[in-house]
Design a protein around this ligand. Structure first.
Ligand SMILES: NC(=O)c1ccc[n+]([C@@H]2O[C@H](COP(=O)([O-])OP(=O)(O)OC[C@H]3O[C@@H](n4cnc5c(N)ncnc54)[C@H](O)[C@@H]3O)[C@@H](O)[C@H]2O)c1
Length: 337
């Protein structure tokens, strides 16, 4: 199948591209590299499975040429302005990518007869403060940030495109995702932020009392949910979560164990505009598409710590090699004098 992944050089997108390529699909990537990096796709070069990469903005009219060139049968739409703070401070910037860019993706999908669009929505952002836990898909949607609002707006665009143009879709309302290659912001990326801080011996900062609950899902499980979105039975919105709330204090403790970090966390003021507790019921996606998370939190943490340990050792090795080379050059210059 010809699969186009918008945001394919980002954290989740690059894992999805790898999985699709490994399953034998032809993969195209649309990305403006604003937060993503082609380094995230480097592993695919060796296996001869490097995707067709189109470096362009999803809101740009040039996107039409990408669709005409690649002729995707399925589109995974992950490209987005992902920072909640930016959406609050610059809602216009956020809406340009997340609404106008998304509408551009949907228009081109409908125009070129794409068979299915699978969209990365947000379970943490579309519901607002939960009235019951775990949150089910029919829970009232009351986004508390422009970011959440854009995600929910795109779900409605998808519904309307389905009704008016016959475009088939599934919207995956993702929980808090973690794993290798996440560079993310302070909220969603807490596992990664703590992992990197602990491995480099830096302080870990917790906003509020650390008892706030979130639903952490390892990235490979999210990839499996996106692929399940291709199932002809998949339609409408699905929560993709574990159904389990884990506190930030628990995350801190689990990571401290895994990395051997002994310093205490530093507690600071809670951040305004964030929900207190949220975790998602994934009953619908399990019943209808047979998806359930396969990686436990302990195992996901182990894999994440292994990845960042290797990355930091490599960076340290390169820095040491750089220093040695500079010293050798200086010595040679000295000898020449
Ligand atoms: N990480 C999470 O916990 C989480 C939770 C819920 C939803 N999501 C959604 O999943 C998707 C992927 O998120 P991620 O965590 O991998 O973030 P990411 O920042 O790593 O990936 C986003 C990708 O989109 C690209 N991009 C951004 N604006 C673009 C534009 N205008 N045109 C083309 N490309 C553009 C970026 O360069 C990047 O590669 C996003 O839609 C995000 O909102 C993520």
């Amino acid at each position: 199948m010809r699969c186009l992944v918008t945001g394919g050089s980002g954290f989740i997108g690059s894992h999805l591209v790898e999985a699709l390529a490994a399953a034998g699909h032809q993969v195209g990537v649309v990305d403006n590299l604003s937060t993503g990096s082609l380094d995230n796709l480097a592993g695919l070069a060796a296996g001869g499975r490097y995707p067709a990469v189109y470096q362009t903005d999803i809101a740009h009219p040039r996107l039409a040429e990408v669709f005409d060139d690649f002729r995707p049968e399925a589109v995974f739409h992950l490209a987005a302005q992902v920072d909640v703070r930016v959406s609050v401070d610059q809602p216009g910037v956020d809406a340009k990518t997340n609404i106008l860019g998304s509408v551009n993706v949907l228009e081109n999908s409908a125009r070129t007869g794409v068979g299915k669009v699978v969209f990365a929505s947000s379970g943490g952002a579309v519901y607002g403060e939960p009235r019951h836990l775990p949150v089910t898909e029919d829970h009232p949607r009351a986004p508390m940030s422009p970011y959440g609002l854009t995600k929910y707006a795109v779900e409605h665009y998808l519904r309307i495109f389905a009704e008016t143009k016959g475009l088939k879709y599934a919207a995956m309302r993702l929980a808090n995702i973690y794993g290798p290659r996440q560079e993310g912001g302070e909220q969603n990326g807490v596992v990664t932020i703590f992992t990197r801080a602990m491995l480099s011996g830096r302080q870990c900062r917790i906003f509020g009392d650390g008892e706030q609950l979130r639903d952490y899902v390892y990235v490979s499980d999210i990839v499996a949910a996106f692929v399940a979105g291709l199932d002809p039975r998949a339609r409408g919105a699905y929560n993709v979560g574990t159904g389990v709330g884990t506190s930030v204090n628990q995350v801190f403790a689990e990571l401290a164990r895994a990395t051997g970090y002994a310093a205490p966390a530093v507690y600071t003021d809670p951040r305004a505009g964030e929900v207190r507790d949220i975790y998602l019921s994934a009953g619908r996606i399990e019943r209808e598409l047979g998806w359930r998370p396969a990686v436990s939190f302990a195992e996901g943490v182990r894999r994440t710590v292994d990845f960042y340990s290797a990355k930091l050792s490599e960076a340290a090795r390169q820095a040491a090699a750089g220093k040695q080379a500079a010293a050798a050059k200086q010595a040679a210059a000295h000898d020449a004098r």
